[in-house]
Design a protein around this ligand. Structure first.
Ligand code: ADE
Ligand code: ZN
Length: 352
């Protein structure tokens, strides 16, 4: 448990989120409501009641066990209105947490593979995000992820199909998510080559969540990707950490996700965050799939504080690294840095 002061301080910090799957914000309540709206009969072996579903979410055995629920739930997302509502609900929720900038993943193949047009997905998400930007002043960007469990050819098609949305600036980058099992980063080299050819401005990849340190090494050294989503197991290799610090590779850590997916089964205190700070590896704290993992952005900050009790200067450093590592304009970064400075001044001399 964190003190009221710590909670207020962490809420006030201008926070940036770089690892959030919009499909992972589909709360059970919205899932059931959308199923009803679309007359979809949910599979009763997975979806009986909201409390039963929430209990199931507290008991994931691993990443693949979670992904079965994550991928199934998306069946209720069908039209532009659904995607807009999902995106706006996320913005509304994180505004209350003091989020100021979000870089949001979505899985186009998971939708087009069910017959939902890509334009429905992107235009719907953009609509919800725009409304949130206007109401709450949160800046946002969209990043498509290809899914590692489908063939490389499918990922190549998904990247090619995204070209017009990248050209318009609706989507700023490419990531890769889903199952890491039997999916080393090197398998996807051609997908990232195509993204470079098509001028995707930004590249990232889920790596080292369940997979070994060597896969983080492959992601950074062989594929030339300098942001790594999770990158958790890089911490098993001190030499790699030193190299990541030297290259200013940015890790997007997800503390509560790691607990729910049994990466740190005993709790956030098993996270290598203090080691990363010591080694000078840059990272941000993120919620990953908050509807499934028991917490949005502030809950993740609070869980880290409960585990490590960092002093205010350390929190300032984490927040500043989150701003500096964001894929927004320099002007936006300057604005957010000023906000951080103002919060630190307000909290000068106060205990957290
Ligand atoms: N898709 C949604 N959340 C994910 C995670 N934590 N790892 C891999 N793929 C995901
Ligand atoms: Zn993720």
């Amino acid at each position: 448990m964190c003190s009221t002061n710590a909670t207020d301080f962490l809420r006030a910090l201008p926070k940036c989120e770089h690892h959030i799957h919009i499909e992972g914000t589909l709360e059970p309540k919205m899932l059931f409501a959308l199923a009803e709206r679309h007359n979809i009969t949910l599979d009763s072996s997975m979806y009986s009641t909201i409390p039963a579903l929430e209990e199931r979410y507290r008991n994931f055995a691993n990443l693949d066990d979670f992904l079965a629920y994550f991928n199934k739930a998306m069946d209720v997302l069908l039209d532009e209105e659904d995607f807009a509502a999902l995106a706006f609900a996320y913005m509304q929720r994180v505004h209350a947490d003091g989020l100021v900038h979000a870089e949001i993943f979505f899985d186009p193949q998971a939708h087009t593979g069910r017959g939902v047009a890509l334009s429905v997905v992107v235009n719907g998400l953009k609509k919800g995000l725009k409304q949130g930007e206007l109401e709450f002043g949160i800046s946002t960007e969209l990043i498509m992820c290809f899914v590692k469990h489908l063939p490389v050819e499918s990922a190549l098609e998904a990247v090619a199909e995204m070209k017009p949305f990248v050209e318009k600036g609706d989507v700023i980058g490419l990531g890769a998510d889903s199952s890491e099992k039997n999916n080393p980063p090197s398998k996807f080299a051609a997908v990232y080559s195509l993204a470079r050819e098509l001028h995707f401005p930004r590249l990232t990849m889920h790596s080292g969540e369940e997979g070994p340190a060597d896969w983080v090494r492959q992601t950074v050294f062989d594929l030339g990707i300098n942001r790594v989503d999770h990158g958790f197991h890089a911490a098993d290799d001190e030499k790699l950490l030193e190299e990541l610090a030297r290259r200013e590779t940015f890790l997007t850590l997800c503390p509560l996700s790691n607990v729910r997916l049994q990466v740190t089964p005993e709790g956030v205190h098993q996270s290598p965050i203090p080691l990363l700070l010591e080694k000078g590896v840059k990272f941000s704290l993120n919620s990953d799939d908050p509807a499934y993992f028991g917490g949005y952005i502030l809950d993740n900050y609070l869980a880290v504080h409960a585990a490590f009790n960092f002093p205010k200067p350390t929190w300032r450093r984490i927040a500043q690294n989150g701003i500096d590592g964001s894929w927004c304009s320099d002007a936006r970064k300057a604005e957010l840095s000023e906000r951080l400075e103002a919060v630190m001044q307000q909290w000068e001399g106060k205990e957290i």
